[in-house]
Design a binder for this molecule. Structure first.
Ligand SMILES: [Mn+2]
Length: 365
């Protein structure tokens, strides 16, 4: 068909998910003998994204709508393993990595895996908004990884903004929900997206999305269904059992209040608490808020790994960049971590947990 479709900007053509991306990246056959006989055809499009919050899930959904392909959802500890697998995948043609910040511990291996992928002629796009070492950006640019990185907006907003010509109108809603959940709905693009909708509709969807994601981390099938659901331009509130799960999670969060009041320890510059029966992330805002300190820390032992998962949050009055401090400190203690100025996380070996708290209390003083 040669006739052009009338430009109804409502439904751009390329919104059909699951189709492989257009052909344009297939290398021309100019190099004679470099193509081995056994090399399988590179057709696979893959997105590796963060599974623990609405920003990561929404990013995966928008990439899926724009480019089709498969989605793999990981947490920070599982990130490198997924990337190693991707680097070994001979069918891989195009890889997107979303909302997965790097730390001093992981960045070197990340660059080397990206080099392998690039040598194998895989197109790689890294989209993120966590604090990053500028040297890493340089190295990635040198090997021609496409980088969309800015700490000013959440990842899903970056994905939306970069690929909006391949996305349908509903993508703005998905990105707006992600912005709210990452505390970034007041940023220039995030704010514009949120303004398109009834604020309460976006708020309830974002909050419930977050509650469903946090409460159902151990259900990978649900998380993947959620990605598909959002990629199909459906509202989160249309998912079955969505409100019921959100209610369960709300109740858990409310139970946290008396537990934190009783269990937290307040030091000079921060308050901290070990969590036993929920994720560290569920308690940390409570520790921050109830302590009245500018920094709150919650941590949970990961018994199978012999380490602690730590969540750190800063108040609006927190003057230091917690992500940078936690990145260095956790690396010094044989762990890894990092993130944003007022929200970050780390993993440290179990015997170093106490020292992490002591040192952090000193460094933010
Ligand atoms: Mn994010």
């Amino acid at each position: 068909m040669t006739a052009k479709k009338p430009a109804t900007k409502k439904m751009p053509k390329k919104t059909v998910p699951k189709k492989p991306a257009p052909k344009k990246t297939v290398p021309k056959k100019t190099t004679k003998k470099t193509v081995k006989k056994a090399t399988p055809k590179k057709t696979k499009v893959l997105c590796i994204s963060h599974k623990e919050d609405a920003d990561g899930i929404s990013s995966a959904a928008l990439v899926r709508q724009a480019f089709g392909g498969d989605s793999i959802l990981v947490d920070y500890p599982g990130q490198m393993e997924a990337l190693r697998d991707a680097a070994d995948d001979e069918k891989l043609k195009s890889l997107f990595v979303c909302d997965l910040g790097l730390s001093k511990k992981t960045q070197d291996e990340f660059i080397s895996l990206m080099s392998t992928l690039r040598k194998n002629k895989v197109t790689v796009t890294y989209i993120d908004h966590h604090d990053i070492d500028p040297k890493v950006i340089k190295s990635l640019k040198r090997i021609k990884v496409k980088i969309i990185h800015d700490v000013g907006e959440c990842t899903a907003v970056h994905v939306y903004n970069t690929f909006k010509s391949k996305l349908d109108d509903h993508a703005t809603f998905v990105a707006a929900c992600a912005a709210i959940s990452d505390y970034m709905e007041d940023r220039p693009i995030g704010e514009k997206l949120l303004r398109m909708y009834d604020r309460d509709l976006a708020m309830i969807n974002s909050t419930m999305l977050t509650y469903n994601i946090k409460g159902r981390q151990k259900n990978p099938d649900f998380l993947l269904e959620l990605v598909k659901h959002l990629a199909d331009s459906k509202f989160p509130h249309d998912l079955p059992d969505f409100f019921a799960y959100a209610q369960l999670q709300a109740a858990k969060n409310a139970e946290m209040i008396p537990k934190v009041k009783k269990g937290m320890t307040v030091l000079k510059n921060l308050a901290h608490m070990e969590v036993l029966d929920s994720g560290a992330g569920a308690a940390v805002n409570c520790v921050l808020g109830l302590s009245g300190k500018d920094v709150g820390v919650a941590y949970k032992e990961r018994v199978d790994y012999g380490n602690y998962a730590i969540s750190v949050r800063g108040s609006a009055d927190c003057k230091v960049h917690l992500g940078k401090i936690v990145n260095s400190l956790s690396a010094d203690l044989g762990g890894s971590g990092g993130g944003h100025g007022r929200a970050c996380g780390a993993v440290v070996p179990k015997p170093k947990m106490r020292q992490f708290i002591t040192e952090l209390n000193k460094k933010i003083g």
